[in-house]
Write a protein that binds this ligand. Sequence first.
Ligand SMILES: [Zn+2]
Length: 162
Amino acid sequence: MSAGVTANGANTPSSDLDLLAPKFRAAVDAAMAECNANGIDAIVYEAYRSPELQALYFQRGRTITPPTTPVTNAPTNLYSWHGYGLAVDVISKAHEWDAPDSWFLSVAEVFRKHGCRWGGEWTKPDLPHFQWGLCRPSPSDRARELFEAGGLKAVWDAVGAT
Ligand SMILES: [Zn+2]
């Protein structure tokens, strides 16, 4: 499923794990399998985020209302690791985003074992968010420079995720 990354513009999230960096993808596969084996009904809601979809998210709460407040401060997909195939958002199949914090904590314990970092640790917690553990919390100018020069592969190499 690549509905989120079509060339003519996208307005639905992609949960296609094939678009992730290879080592991160392997970590997500292993963590999801372990969650499901432990009876945790985790599903990947969003993986790689295209420039088109990030542009749409950026308009939400600005030129597109409701919502009445912005949902993201990232003007392009290069300000989130989702835009590099290095982050996923994981929700509960039964309760989606409304699963209790303890549910997200259980998912986080599994993802940490597989080398991922959890958005729940941040000053402004992002409970469904997991990213490659060798990435800093947000992409730096250096990440954007690498991307401009060498595409995703250059970024994946720099964070050991190829
Ligand atoms: Zn996320």
